[in-house]
Design a protein around this ligand. Structure first.
Ligand SMILES: C[S@@+](CC[C@H](N)C(=O)[O-])C[C@H]1O[C@@H](n2cnc3c(N)ncnc32)[C@H](O)[C@@H]1O
Length: 382
């Protein structure tokens, strides 16, 4: 395997290394050693480790540098680095490119993605990653990978090359949120899903999977996180919603519900009785909400709001929950049950709901929301 001789990309990253590297440094994919050899000369650098998948790269390194032959982090002993440098192979698969020093994977960003997905556990609290990539790597995707790992980035340099290629250097660090979560002993933080108003991350707390809901920076919605925290505290006491674990500014941590969304569950469930039992349990939770005089909202299309775990429905997403004199959780859920799609889905499971009977009983319940009318209504679900 050839050792990569320094080119425009190496020299661009070298400028950043000369300016920002400090403390304990890791040079990933060291190649000719240009970055490591520069870092080791800096006064505020205490130690340099260089690594490469190509064993022969050790030859070109200063004696003060420790070399580890490794595929990314695989052979790097667990430790924290203040600076991690990487000029990865960043070009996408192209005719003729088989050279491991420049070929970054089918799309170009695969090695960068594997690197960033593992980087956090090797990065000191206030550590910095200096990363180079090209416009051929797919900048949007690199940004997304950075966000997925709860990092923050700044573009500190760029260079236009011939043939419409541009090089970029990013200075990446742990986001405030990630630092806060690590302070709360949460590890392995990764993005899970993006909603209209919030982003959900998942992580581990004492080996248990937890979810973290964060306000989206581009959302204008105000107070949703605080509202959801307030209602989870109240509703958890009634065994509704995922258990709230902790909260911070603009985010909260709660139990991760590992299960299936309601229609996926019903689709895959072969047992009519189990489906009916789930629907009744959801109805009971809706009744509890009505009694508390709150509206969860969106119960007429709760596709992503009810997760079935161990045969128990758990309602999620209480951002828009509010106090009301006219609660409509039960009636909205009944509307959902008799909506075209769901009615048909239930029919495939041998459950034939009588639409007009349910709507009439729901109307009666709406006029007088008592236990008796609720019981009459649930009797129609058979
Ligand atoms: C573009 S060269 C950069 C070399 C040097 N750091 C520079 O700036 O000129 C990429 C380097 O990453 C190394 N590399 C490729 N895949 C790797 C992997 N999975 N783990 C570690 N190093 C890898 C290659 O051998 C190569 O030396």
């Amino acid at each position: 395997m050839q050792i990569y001789s320094p080119k425009e990309d190496s020299y661009l990253l070298e400028k950043a290394v000369k300016k920002y590297s400090k403390g304990s440094v890791l040079d990933m994919g060291t190649g000719s050693g240009i970055q490591a050899n520069n870092a080791v000369k800096r006064k505020n650098v205490t130690k340099v480790t260089a690594t490469d998948i190509n064993k022969s790269c050790s030859k070109l390194l200063s004696k003060k540098i420790k070399f580890i032959h490794s595929n990314l982090f695989q052979k790097i002993p667990k430790q924290k680095f203040d600076t991690i440098i990487f000029n990865p192979p960043y070009l996408p698969q192209d005719k003729g490119i088989t050279d491991a020093t420049i070929y970054g994977g089918k799309k170009g960003y695969e090695i960068t993605e594997r690197f960033l997905n593992t980087c956090n556990s090797y990065l000191a609290t206030k550590g910095t990653i200096l990363l180079l990539f090209s416009s051929h790597t797919n900048k949007k995707k690199v940004d997304e990978i950075i966000e997925n790992n709860c990092f923050e980035k700044g573009e500190i340099d760029s260079k236009q090359l011939p043939m419409f290629e541009e090089l970029f250097v990013y200075k990446i660090k742990k986001s405030k949120l990630l630092l806060n979560l690590e302070n709360k002993k949460i590890t392995d933080v990764k993005k899970f899903a993006k909603g209209k108003r919030g982003i959900i991350f998942v992580g581990k707390l004492k080996n248990k999977k937890v979810a973290i809901k964060v306000k989206r920076k581009d959302s204008f919605a105000k107070g949703n996180i605080a509202n959801e925290v307030k209602w989870l505290k109240i509703l958890n006491k009634k065994n509704i919603g995922p258990k709230l674990i902790n909260k911070g500014k603009d985010y909260f941590i709660y139990e991760f519900i590992d299960g299936q969304f309601i229609s996926d569950f019903i689709n895959s469930c072969k047992n009519k009785k189990r489906v009916l039992a789930i629907i009744k349990k959801v109805m009971e939770q809706c009744r509890k909400l009505d009694k508390l005089q709150v509206n969860k909202e969106e119960m007429h299309h709760p596709y992503k709001h009810i997760i079935i775990r161990n045969n128990n429905p758990v309602m999620v997403d209480f951002e828009r929950c509010k106090k009301t004199k006219k609660p409509k959780n039960v009636t909205q859920f009944c509307q959902f049950l008799v909506s075209g799609y769901f009615l048909e889905l239930l029919r495939t499971k041998g459950i034939r709901l009588n639409r007009s009977e349910i709507l009439l009983a729901a109307k009666d319940y709406k006029r007088n929301k008592n236990d008796e009318r609720f019981s009459e209504l649930t009797k129609c679900i058979k």
